[in-house]
Design a protein around this ligand. Structure first.
Ligand SMILES: O=P(O)(O)O[C@@H]1C[C@H](O)[C@@H](CO)O1
Ligand code: GUN
Length: 296
């Protein structure tokens, strides 16, 4: 999408400048012109969790490659479809697959869909992801409601808000102490309670990947307050919140972080997908119920 070096300055950090309001509006209008529904809820399906998209009824499916200026999904377990339809009778727009910075995309590009959702009139963004469990009390297969994040990558020039700020998206200096809305977490928790599904709650640590973390990095993330670690979600939550949308985010714990040196246990993407596939229906059930409460 861009040449990366201008006068020896890496413009990866300022690719935000490429996604002007008009360009994002063009994408948003392209979608709106092809559907009758006007969803107020957007759902992003994480690794292995794309099955949620299959629950969407009366679906219009747009492969990412058909959407102007949209990136492509390149990761196994991310189908690469944008779906507009109804989940539990509620209009939704659903991303079957997301973009990660390790795919070579700037964080501005990874989070472009959030700006598109904003201009489409979406009010609530529901993010799902696969993550490694840092909290030693978590088990593989647990569902963790994300309360907050710690994102060292966003302290660098990889922050997607760097560059020209268009106030029509959000403020130059957004507050970030309340990204993951408590009222939405409360609703999600009560749905889980009613269905007798055990829920964890904690902080998501975001790193860029693609490698899984070293033992020392994992220990540092635990010290920083992380309960789960992954390679997405926090960047999207940041931009969605900056755009004034409500954010709810859920991580499926697909592996336990290996925090012993010299262990012969290793995380791998195949295991992540396998566990996500096994547990997907529980998460899908919760999300399907949840949307009924979010359509305000
Ligand atoms: O898209 P998500 O965050 O669910 O994907 C996670 C993080 C990495 O992309 C991948 C590692 O297996 O799963
Ligand atoms: N970075 C990272 N991403 C993940 N996605 C699923 N598990 C993990 C993990 O342990 N680390």
């Amino acid at each position: 999408m861009s040449s990366l070096f201008v006068n020896h300055i890496n413009i990866n950090a300022i690719t935000n400048n490429e996604f002007t309001y008009d360009r994002v509006k063009n994408i948003s209008d392209w979608i709106l012109n092809r559907v009758d529904l006007r969803p107020k809820i957007a759902i992003v399906c994480g690794s292995g969790l794309g099955g949620l998209g299959e629950r969407v009824q009366d679906a219009r499916i747009f492969p990412y490659e058909e959407i102007p200026d949209f990136p492509r999904s390149t990761v196994v377990g991310h189908k690469g479809n944008l779906i507009v339809g109804k989940l539990n009778e509620i209009p939704v727009i659903c991303m079957q697959g997301r973009f990660h910075s390790y795919e070579g995309y700037s964080n501005a590009l990874c989070t472009l869909p959030m700006k598109v959702f904003k201009l489409m009139g979406v009010q609530t963004v529901l993010l799902t992801c696969a993550a490694g469990g840092l909290n030693q009390s978590f088990k593989v297969g647990d569902i963790m409601l994300i309360k907050d994040h710690v994102a060292p990558l966003l302290w660098t020039l990889q922050n997607p808000l760097i560059g020209h700020n268009d106030e029509r998206f959000g403020p130059r200096f957004p507050a970030c102490n309340n990204i993951y809305k408590k009222n939405l977490r409360d609703i999600f928790r009560s749905i889980a309670e009613e269905k007798q599904i055990e829920l964890q709650e904690g902080n998501y640590a975001y790193l860029g990947g693609p490698n899984y973390e070293t033992v020392t990095e994992l220990k540092a993330l635990i010290q920083m307050g992380g309960d789960a670690v992954g390679a997405s979600t926090a960047n999207e939550a940041l931009v969605a919140s900056y755009c004034g949308m409500n954010v709810l985010a859920i991580a499926l714990i697909t592996n336990k972080a290996v925090i012993e040196y010299d262990s012969q246990d290793f995380p791998c993407h195949e295991e992540v997908i396998q566990i996500a596939n096994q547990k997907a229906c529980v998460l899908q059930e919760l999300v399907t119920e949840l949307v009924k409460f979010l359509d305000f």
